[in-house]
Structure formats: C-alpha cells, structure tokens
Design a protein around this ligand. Structure first.
Ligand SMILES: C[S@@+](CC[C@H](N)C(=O)[O-])C[C@H]1O[C@@H](n2cnc3c(N)ncnc32)[C@H](O)[C@@H]1O
Length: 378
C-alpha cells in the first residue's frame, strides 16, 4: 500500500497526521483495495451510497417539487392510479410521467401496486396532510434560484430573490404592504402549529399569568399556548399591518392585540412570560441584543423568556440547522441561524442569569432556549 498516487489538487507540503490519513483515504488504489477487503467493503459501500445521495440531492428536490406542483399526491388520495391517467391529468406524456412516478417510488413517497399502478406511501400522504408543507416546498423555487451558482452565493455575490420575498423584515418595518404581510403571515402561520406543538411540549407556563408573544404573526402560537393553559392571558405584539390579520378565535376575552415595532416602540407592560418564536433568526446581532435587553427590562423579577426557532448545531453541525436554515437566512440577508449556545450567551449578555436549552423533539422544526430573570433579592 506504499505506492499511493496523490489525488488531483493535493499539494506536497509537509503533512500533518490527519493530512496523511486524508491522502490515504482519497487515493484511488486505497479505495479500490478497501472496496474488496472483507472488513472495509461494507463501510466503503455505505460511504459510496451516502456520497451518491448528496450528489443526486438536487434531482431528489426537483422530483419532490414536480410531484407537489402537479398535485400528484392529492390525485392519489382516493386510491391508486396508472401513469397514463396521471400523465393525462398533468399534461405529461405517459413515458415521462412514469419516470417521475418511479423516481418518487425510489424516494419513498409513492408505492407501486401489483397491477403496476401508483399509490401514496405514508410520507406521500403527509404531503397532502401536513398544513403548509406544499406551500413551503413550492416557495423553495426562490431559494433554489438564489443557490444556482453556489460559489457566488457563498462569496456574497448574488442579489438574492429571497431577500425580496420577505421585504417587510428589513425594509417595511411598520409601514409595509398589507397584501405582502398577509401572504407572508399565511405561510408562517401554516407551519406555526408544528412549531407551537414542539415548543409547548418542552416549556412550562406553571404559575404564569400573562404571556406576550412578540413578533407573534397572526397569533397561532399564542392561541395554542392559551388553549393548553386555561388560566393564562395573552398579548400579541407585532407590526400593525400584521396584527391587523390576527385571529383570536374564541379566546378574544383572553387576548389583547398590540401593534408596534420592537425596534422603535415601547413593549406593552404586564407580561410575566415573553416569547420570541422564529423572530431572532430574522435579525442581525445588534438588533437581537437590543431586543433581548428590551425584553429583559419589560419582564418582572422572576419573569421568563421563551425563544423558539430553528437553530444550528454549534459544535455539532446538523443538516437542518447548518445545511438548510443557515443558507436560508443567508439568502434572506437580514439575520442568521444561531446555535443554542450563541442564543444563551446573548440572553446572558442582556442580563438573564438562568438560561437553559431543553431538548427539542424535532430540531428540524424548532429548538428552544428558556431564560429567567432572577428575583431581585437585594
Ligand atoms: C418569521 S416571522 C414569525 C412569526 C411567528 N412568530 C411564527 O413563528 O410564525 C417574524 C415575525 O416578526 C415580526 N416582526 C418583524 N419585525 C418586527 C418589529 N420590528 N416589531 C414587531 N414585530 C416584528 C414579523 O411581522 C413576523 O410576524
């Protein structure tokens, strides 16, 4: 194994131990040997499959996008159908439709019946059943356009379209177009139910009387919290054009709605718990620091802050946070995804003493940080 030729791009400068190891792993002769050797060949095959999945990832996303855009999962809700019938409804020739459908089978979204028709798998049915999932998948066409030249994207040379998709976030602060606000709030509200579910499963409102949800959109999280905690009252605080679309459902006697900007306006008084659900990652560090200080000042001694949003993995990067939300927020150009540690440090810098990050059930939906303003014992 000593005759190992260097892979393209490797330099011949003095090597560290891990550099030598990398060269060994990358050398074609070693790869060929490891693929045959009984103790390593399963590992080599697993690595190869995982690498190929990454190589093909774009095709997988586009198959999903086509399937959802054409509403194929909805067409299969009543039962299996053949490629000809589906192709006819989607205006796609049968042979090409069969390629799309078989691709979806390979991805676990559809199944083939004995008669050769196609039916929904459990995951495929979720494409119809999970609120907002179709809209979320479709709006990715904007993100994918921004990522078309990934090197230029990471160099910061792309005028991203996603930044214009959510214009109010950084431009129309308090004076935005109600139509834009409504479209945005709808998309957020659809997924907010899942975010609310996961957040409420790891936080407690025991002893709390008044929850203020800052940047609460049209109030989905606040409503879910109040339904789960019958004695709790709530304040929804967001930009005026956003709270104009607020839905109180049958909780109107327990919800107070306040329009304003956390940048320029004082926060309403009286809350002993404040929540920031998917708010911080929209904003730069200075805005986050100013908002956390304002929240700290607005809370009484013993008051609690709940932060819930997708977070990066910090020292242990994970795909949802580090290979999706970080890129998404980078394309938005206003904020960034942060790790739980970074958010906890920002809370401490604002004055919070007791901070923790309870384990979240689905980090690809949201992660949670809780901070308490300790009672003043002097
Ligand atoms: C990503 S959305 C999250 C909405 C909701 N919390 C959710 O999880 O679905 C961010 C929210 O922050 C609000 N927001 C942005 N800037 C704000 C500001 N300066 N003052 C108050 N709310 C603001 C937006 O209107 C929007 O509703």
């Amino acid at each position: 194994m000593s005759d190992i030729s260097l892979p393209a791009g490797a330099s011949s400068t003095k090597l560290t131990v891990s550099g030598r190891f990398n060269r060994l792993l990358a050398a074609p002769k070693f790869q060929a040997w490891a693929a045959r050797f009984p103790l390593t060949r399963r590992m080599v095959r697993r690595d190869g499959e995982a690498l190929f999945d990454l190589v093909a990832g774009f095709c997988h996303s586009q198959v999903l996008m086509a399937l959802v855009d054409l509403r194929v999962p909805s067409m299969l809700m009543d039962g299996p159908k053949g490629a000809t019938a589906l192709g006819h409804r989607c205006r796609i020739p049968t042979d090409r439709m069969a390629v799309l459908l078989r691709a979806a089978v390979s991805m676990g979204l559809l199944k083939i019946t004995r008669s050769g028709d196609f039916k929904l798998s459990r995951k495929g049915a979720a494409l119809v059943g999970v609120p907002g999932l179709r809209e979320m998948i479709l709006h990715h066409s904007v993100l994918y356009a921004d990522l078309a030249d990934p090197v230029a994207f990471f160099r910061g040379e792309v005028e991203t379209q996603l930044a214009g998709f959510w214009p109010y976030v950084f431009g129309a602060d308090g004076q935005g177009d109600p139509q834009v606000a409504a479209t945005y709030s709808d998309l957020m509200a659809q997924s907010q139910l899942m975010v609310a579910q996961d957040t409420l499963s790891v936080v407690s409102f025991k002893g709390a009387r008044n929850l203020m949800d800052i940047g609460g959109g049209t109030g989905a999280f606040l409503r879910a919290a109040l339904v789960a905690t019958p004695d709790l009252r709530g304040t929804l605080f967001d930009l005026p054009e956003v709270v104009a679309g607020a839905q109180k459902a049958d909780l109107s006697d327990r919800i107070n709605v306040a329009g304003g900007s956390f940048r320029h306006d004082p926060l309403p008084k009286g809350a002993d718990v404040i929540s920031l659900i998917r708010v911080l990652y929209d904003h730069a560090d200075e805005t986050v620091a100013a908002l956390l200080s304002k929240v700290y000042d607005a809370l009484p001694d013993g008051g609690k802050l709940i932060i819930s949003e997708p977070m990066t993995g910090g020292d242990t990067p994970h795909r949802a946070g580090d290979a999706y939300f970080s890129l998404y927020t980078m394309a938005m150009r206003t904020g960034k995804a942060r790790s739980a540690d970074e958010i906890m440090q920002a809370c401490q810098a604002a004055g919070f003493i007791s901070v923790s990050a309870p384990k979240s059930p689905r980090p690809f939906i949201t992660s949670v940080v809780v901070a308490e303003k300790r009672p003043n014992i002097l």
